[in-house]
Design a protein around this ligand. Structure first.
Ligand code: ZN
Length: 322
């Protein structure tokens, strides 16, 4: 179901309760996993403002879910859960594994991330680790929503890519520039559609976004030493070039051994990663590792078969939607 983020925390909790009631009718619920934007403390309470849901700060999400369904609930940051799902569908790092240490970067209205090593989420205090969009890549650069300047998010989120195109449009005479100057709504989707047509402005904007992402991911390689870097989120649906260009450029921003052998991959779960990650994380408290990975594989297969448009209501995550 769609998250009525604009209607505030109470409305969101009502939708959560109605989903839980429906699940309860379908069979026995063993445990519930839930993801939320922003921080989450050890008690499952939302910490810090989630910009897109009024009144969400301080909501005791874990208790609200447990009370409603009478089962344990597990709440984590949605970027961390998306990383968890992308790790699990790659075989979870078991035998014949695809990834033991996975860095996920989600590009949408913001930039989020997550890091999984051997099935454990690196959460830090209040699950705030991997807020990778707010790593500063250009000191004193573009203003970011967080109040600082030069964050990666100010260059490579969906809205930022669109804004940069609009700001630079006057210097170009291309279809994208003309659309921007005529006041058309420009987001990452329009930029990448134009790029596919060889638009020169789109090419410049893409290079700026790819450069910012490459810098932050290069630094992340030094900090985390992943074997796999996964790029996902709404922006990536149309931005195939980003993956290849970041894979090529990120190693320039870190010592050579840190990038040697690192695989750069598209997200396998698209915009569903956070949703599936929440479910798998809840299930991980009940299943052994093999059962969990089997479930992840079946869920991914189901998504592939459906292969239609993304289901609505995958959450108000800052990176899941463009
Ligand atoms: Zn920032």
């Amino acid at each position: 179901m769609a998250t009525p983020a604009a209607s505030g925390a109470e409305a969101v909790l009502e939708v959560v309760a109605s989903v839980l009631a429906e699940l309860g009718e379908g069979g026995d619920v063993g445990a519930v996993g839930a993801g939320t934007p922003g921080g989450v403390d050890l008690e499952g309470r939302v910490v810090g403002e989630a910009a897109n849901i009024a009144g969400w700060n301080g909501v005791d999400l874990r208790s609200a879910i447990s009370r409603t369904i009478g089962r344990p609930a597990y709440v984590r940051n949605d970027g961390n859960l998306a990383a968890y799902a992308e790790w699990a569908v790659r075989g979870g790092g078991g035998e014949g594994s695809a990834s033991r240490a996975l860095l996920f970067v989600g590009l949408g209205t913001g930039i989020g991330g997550g890091y999984i090593e051997d099935g454990a989420i690196l959460g830090g205090v209040d699950d705030k680790a991997l807020e990778i969009g707010h790593v500063i890549v250009h000191p004193e650069g573009r203003a970011c929503a967080c109040g600082r300047s030069g964050c990666a998010e100010a260059y490579a989120s969906g809205p930022s890519i669109g804004r940069i195109a609009v700001e630079m449009a006057a210097g170009f005479d291309t279809p994208l520039a003309r659309a921007a100057l005529s006041g058309s709504r420009i987001n990452a989707r329009e930029v990448y559609e134009a790029l596919a047509e060889g638009d020169e402005l789109a090419s410049v904007v893409h290079a700026i976004a790819a450069e910012a992402l490459s810098r932050v991911i290069g630094q992340a390689l030094a900090f985390l030493a992943p074997d796999t870097v996964v790029l996902g989120g709404g922006v990536m649906t149309g931005a195939r070039r980003l993956l290849a260009d970041v894979a090529e450029a990120a190693p320039r921003y870190v010592y050579a051994a840190a990038s040697a052998g690192v695989r750069f991959e598209d997200a396998r779960l698209g915009r569903e990663a956070g949703l599936l990650g929440a479910a798998l994380y809840g299930a991980s408290t009940l299943l052994d590792r093999e059962e969990l990975l089997g479930l992840a594989g079946r869920a991914a297969e189901g998504l592939r078969r459906r292969a239609g448009p993304a289901i609505p209501g995958t959450g108000p995550s800052a990176w899941a939607d463009k």
